[in-house]
Design a protein around this ligand. Structure first.
Ligand SMILES: Cc1cc2nc3c(=O)[nH]c(=O)nc-3n(C[C@H](O)[C@H](O)[C@H](O)COP(=O)(O)O)c2cc1C
Ligand SMILES: [Mn+2]
Length: 485
């Protein structure tokens, strides 16, 4: 199901009892964070919060719109996002090429084209351009942009969809990269070195040119999710969003840059980046639960702000888990599992527990058939797109429920001889990892928690897990009500 825009999604949340309106004036400087953090820490993720009077701005602010299983599912227009994984699995035919990148490259566009989901190009102005501010009128101060945590380097736009085009192919990319506000018409751009936006900027810089960017807020919530999804470079996030919402995304020409932007967005911030100009960005209270340290990042000079007549400002906060962004991560875990299984058919399930902040801990179960297979799965994951950031991979046998972390700890403790069953490798590390020896480079470890085979040099007997016999269980079942327990 497709939404008309983010405000339509908000209306659906409200009708489903998933939204609280807050009329009290609250300060975007730290106060909204404290309220939102308490709500996100509620056992069910609490409700979405619509702050109608953020202090200092006329624009209402929505936060925690994706912050529960139900709302993340609603954002993707389904009852439960698990069903999209099943849908993708069902659509994957044997003729689909193996390999995650090849599959995504050939399968997703084909799917979207078949379903007539490629973006539509509208002429004229979009709803996102009802108000156009250029020149001296550009002022980010109109928006209730959060200063999230006490040691943050400033205010940050936290739910931005950053649009760029590849200068060689013209192909679009949309990634979510935080945007620090430097002044009313200048911002930072925190695209990390491994991300596609950064690559587009490098390709532009090779031509001694600036890169144009559009920083989009809002639109159908499927667009916001698509910006966070680990699609291979060259796959258009707007095509993927079209597949998710079962309706093409409508795009219009931006006002001052040669980019297309979603017609239904709330706010669009247009600008240019010259990679020769870098400025200290950060610190920022990050999704690791720690502050990410300040570092040099490119600067965006705004050329326009366009918005609806009555926009809403979508945002989030990140910090110690669990937080709203954990649900964006969970959706990725479920949607991308079938694609991962194309390359690794032995994989049964995968859990990226929220405490592992997405890339620190992966729990994977496999149908093990041959010696060394757990190690093969680890190496494959470390070679697969953004899964390369996974710092610790634990591989279990098929019968282990990897969604049950307690069961995983029990199996892990019992089943490994650490010297024999671990594998340490070096490679790229997430830029936000503060423990790695240098920024972006360090080590990763895999644990083979599967039952060991003789061919793996294990010549002892492997014991069975303790379980009661079926007939005794049936007998006790029949007796149970008479036992008075
Ligand atoms: C709330 C949120 C904030 C994020 N902030 C950043 C960021 O500041 N920089 C970054 O490189 N990635 C950030 N990410 C992760 C990227 O959005 C993600 O890796 C995405 O797949 C990148 O897309 P790309 O492959 O098109 O570059 C963030 C993700 C979320 C959910
Ligand atoms: Mn991308």
């Amino acid at each position: 199901m497709a939404y008309q825009d983010f405000q339509d999604f908000i209306a659906h949340l409200e009708r489903a009892g998933e939204l609280r309106r807050i009329r009290t004036a609250v300060d975007p400087y730290l106060e909204i964070t404290e309220i939102a953090d308490r709500v996100m820490k509620m056992p069910d993720g609490g409700p979405a919060l619509l702050f109608e009077n953020p202090r200092g701005s006329k624009v209402p602010l929505i936060i925690n719109a994706f912050g529960s299983r139900k709302r993340m599912s609603m954002a993707l227009g389904v009852v439960d996002f698990e069903s999209i994984g099943c849908e993708i699995e069902g659509l994957l035919k044997p003729e689909v090429p193996s390999g995650l990148v090849a599959a995504a490259r050939e399968f997703l566009p084909k799917l979207a084209v078949l379903a007539k989901m490629p973006p539509r190009h509208d002429s004229g102005a979009g709803r996102c351009q009802e108000v156009v501010l250029t020149g001296d009128a550009i002022d980010l101060g109109i928006l209730p942009i959060l200063h999230c945590w006490p040691q943050d380097g400033g205010r940050y736009i936290t739910l931005p969809l950053v649009f760029t085009n590849d200068p060689n192919t013209g192909k679009r990319n949309v990634g979510m990269y935080r945007v620090q506000v430097f002044d009313k018409c200048t911002t930072g751009m925190h695209w990390q070195m491994h991300k596609v936006g950064a690559e587009h900027a490098r390709l532009r810089a090779e031509k001694k040119q600036k890169i144009e960017v559009a920083i989009v807020l809002g639109g159908d919530p499927a667009l916001t999710y698509a910006a966070t999804a680990p699609l291979p470079p060259g796959i258009d996030e707007m095509l993927f969003a079209g597949f998710l919402r079962k309706k093409p995304v409508h795009l219009v020409k931006a006002k001052t840059v040669d980019l297309e932007v979603p017609e239904d967005a709330e706010i669009v911030i247009e600008g240019t980046v010259d990679l020769t100009e870098q400025r200290m960005e950060g610190p920022f209270g990050d999704h690791t639960g720690y502050y990410s340290l300040a570092d040099m990042y490119p600067v965006v000079h705004l050329t326009a702000i366009t918005h609806r007549r009555n926009p809403v400002y979508p945002c989030t906060i990140v910090g110690q888990p669990p937080m709203e962004d954990g649900w964006l991560g969970k959706a990725t875990e479920r949607l991308f599992l079938p694609l991962l299984k194309l390359t690794l058919p032995e994989v049964v399930d995968m859990n990226l527990p929220v405490e592992g902040i997405f890339h620190n801990i992966a729990l994977v179960s496999i149908k093990k058939r041959y010696p060394g297979q757990a190690f093969k799965v680890m190496h494959a994951l470390w070679g697969m797109g953004q899964a390369m950031f996974t710092k610790m991979i634990f591989v279990f046998d098929a019968e282990v429920d990897v969604q049950n972390v307690q069961e995983c700890l029990w199996r892990l403790g019992n089943n490994i001889d650490p010297e024999r069953d671990t594998c340490i490798v070096r490679g790229p590390i997430d830029v936000l990892d503060h423990s790695s020896r240098t920024l972006g480079f360090g080590s990763k470890i895999g644990f083979d928690c599967t039952r060991k085979l003789p061919a793996e040099g294990f010549d002892r007997e492997w014991p069975d897990v303790i379980e009661m016999s079926v007939d005794v269980k049936a007998k006790v079942d029949a007796l149970w009500n008479d036992l008075g327990i």
